[in-house]
Design a protein around this ligand. Structure first.
Ligand SMILES: [Zn+2]
Length: 248
């Protein structure tokens, strides 16, 4: 069976001399493992369309053993800007690792793909500061994966506009400074950082990065979004460690 679809290459492994094994996030089939024979051959049209973090039109063939083979590929968006700078490329690699982690085979989630594409585009085109894109991606991705934090108000007293509060990174709830103290599984949020989180979760997909914060509140948002994702996913991301190491 042949299908035509679009897919984002989340992982690319060299296979033999001229081929690649790809992990592709498609809008129609979810996450797939695809063999791309001859994809690395010089002059091959599929070479750029099958490289890491390329978004491409793909023709795929599913054999009887359910193994997918790529028969044709043409790049739609190659995110060239990411390939010009190691810092942006490594943040893109973290986005790819997160997407791979939240996506399943045979369970298409077009919203996860769309968020990934918007985030990579914003990063590639330098549309917003990297920390804004990163926090927006992390929080919204958690919501799309079924781990949306409940930020309406303090989970104990109901206060909706606490001046200071903490996000419970395990339970995904907030509590105000009168209702609870700090511990290591919580993250501090000022009213500005809380407002930004609410904004990200409720904004139209294309608007989630359209917010600004002062330095302190941005630091709180960055820490909270990053740790929330790690704790909800119950794992660490090698690509994130690498990004943090090389970040200026
Ligand atoms: Zn309270």
């Amino acid at each position: 069976m042949y299908i035509n679809t679009t897919g984002l290459v989340l992982r690319e492994t060299e296979y033999k001399e001229s081929s690649r094994i790809l992990t592709v996030l498609t809008g129609t089939e979810g996450k797939l493992t695809v063999s791309a024979r001859g994809a690395k051959r010089k002059g091959s049209k599929t070479a750029s369309a099958t490289q890491f973090l390329s978004y491409s039109q793909m023709t795929l063939y599913r054999g009887r053993d359910n193994h997918w083979t790529l028969t044709e590929a043409a790049g739609i968006e190659l995110f060239e800007g990411l390939r010009e700078e190691l810092e942006r490329l490594s943040l893109g690699a973290y986005f790819a690792e997160v997407m791979e982690n939240v996506s399943d085979e045979d369970a298409p989630n077009p919203e996860i793909l769309a968020l990934g594409l918007n985030s990579l585009y914003a990063l590639s085109e330098n549309l917003r500061p990297a920390e804004v894109i990163k926090a927006g991606f992390e929080l919204k991705m958690m919501a799309l994966a079924g781990f949306e934090p409940m930020l309406e108000g303090c989970s104990v007293c109901g206060e909706m506009m606490p001046e200071k509060c903490r996000l419970d990174l395990v339970g995904g709830l907030i509590y105000c400074h009168k209702c609870g103290g700090a511990d290591e599984l919580t993250a501090a949020l000022s009213s500005g950082a809380l407002a930004a989180m609410r904004y990200i979760l409720n904004a139209e997909p294309k608007r989630i990065f359209s917010f600004s914060l002062g330095e302190l509140a941005m630091g709180e948002l960055s820490r909270a979004a990053e740790r929330y994702l790690q704790i909800q996913m119950d794992r660490e991301f090698k690509t994130l460690e690498y990004y943090k190491k090389i970040k200026i």
